[in-house]
Ligand binder design. Sequence first.
Ligand code: HEM
Length: 403
Amino acid sequence: MPDLVSQLDLPFLDTFGLERNDAVEAIKAARAMHWLARNDLGYTVTRLQDVTAILRDQRFHSGLSVIEQAPEFQGSYPGGERRQSILTMEGEGHARLRRLVAPAFTPAAANRLRPTMRAVVGGLVDAVVARGECELVADVCEPYPIPIICELLGAPSEDWKLFSHWATDIFRIFNNNLAEDLPLIEKADAELTAYVSDMIAERRAAPRDDLLSDLIAVEEAGDRLSTDEMAMLAQAVLMAGTDTTRNQLACSVALFTEHPDQWALLAERPELAGRAVEESMRYLGAVRGTARFAAEDLVYRDVLFPQGTLVVTSLAGANRDPEAFEEPDAFDITRERGTAQMTFGAGIHFCMGAALARAELQEALPLLARRMPDLARNGEIEWKPSSFGIWGPARLPLRFTAS
Ligand code: HEM
């Protein structure tokens, strides 16, 4: 007979509000006691093996859909039922979308955007290098990803501020204040949908070399993506691809300020960019965890999880699991590639933009290392409150040798 999860004697793990290293220590202590920990909303797994297994287990569904089911959302979407996001879909409907959009998100597709990435990040760096100091979040990280997403979608680059504004408002969904934020969220959602629908109509008339034209081509080749599905995908790409990348870049650079020898090494050997990205995402990932809930009564590792049980999969925990990584607390960009880092998740919801995000970071990090030598903090780093969502420095004041 499996044990009922609520009756297990488990450590309690709450990293909310903890300082970065304290959170790592708390996870370590809980992991040493049991493979499972309790939290305020449900349970947490912290070992790589369990994090991967649960993310791949389709009896567990995306925890984000719990937000979408909030009573405030019911019936409020202008089109009637609120359309579902790829992040919260499951089963065949989700698999179909992933199949259809996969060709647009390959490493080769991401590589086509590298010249744009170099131009955007290069321009942002040009504007600050002569000063010998900057606040990296505002000066480089925040403005970097949205022009790339605009280029990917085929929106004019001067519209990046519009996209940035919509992304900020739609992100309010995570602020825990839906009653107040809902009008803003829905206004941004409606404006973005209208903008993208116009773009789709234009591409139907005259296809170009961009994501929307690719998605329309898919539509024409047998199986069809509806305009609404394309608008949802454009929104998912904007939402999932901006705050993540900018926070990861800031996390990675913050980490390098603690390892000046590795920063110098990256400047000297830009071919280490790929490893530097994987290692900094492992050591200090901007997505600390994600969540799943049991879609049915289910047994995992001889434990019964009743339907509706929430399980947080700690990506940060998995990334420092001593069973998976040798010397997990050492940061080393020359580390031989072994186990893959977990900050892009796993299973059917594995990050669709991983190749694009990798390319963006691989372009930015060596360029920054070369152009900002002798990097050091120029005051305290202000970290966003730790949560299991997207996280990173709110302010990252830096100084370096001016060029
Ligand atoms: C360093 C940057 C990024 C990180 C750390 C990251 C991380 C993640 C993670 C952990 C998930 C899975 C969430 C879950 O299982 O609950 C995810 C999903 C997703 N990501 Fe990313 N992401 C990044 C950049 C991007 C970019 C640039 C794009 C778009 C171009 C993107 C698009 C998506 C989409 C559409 C999904 C949903 C996939 C699905 O549900 O099937 N991400 N990402």
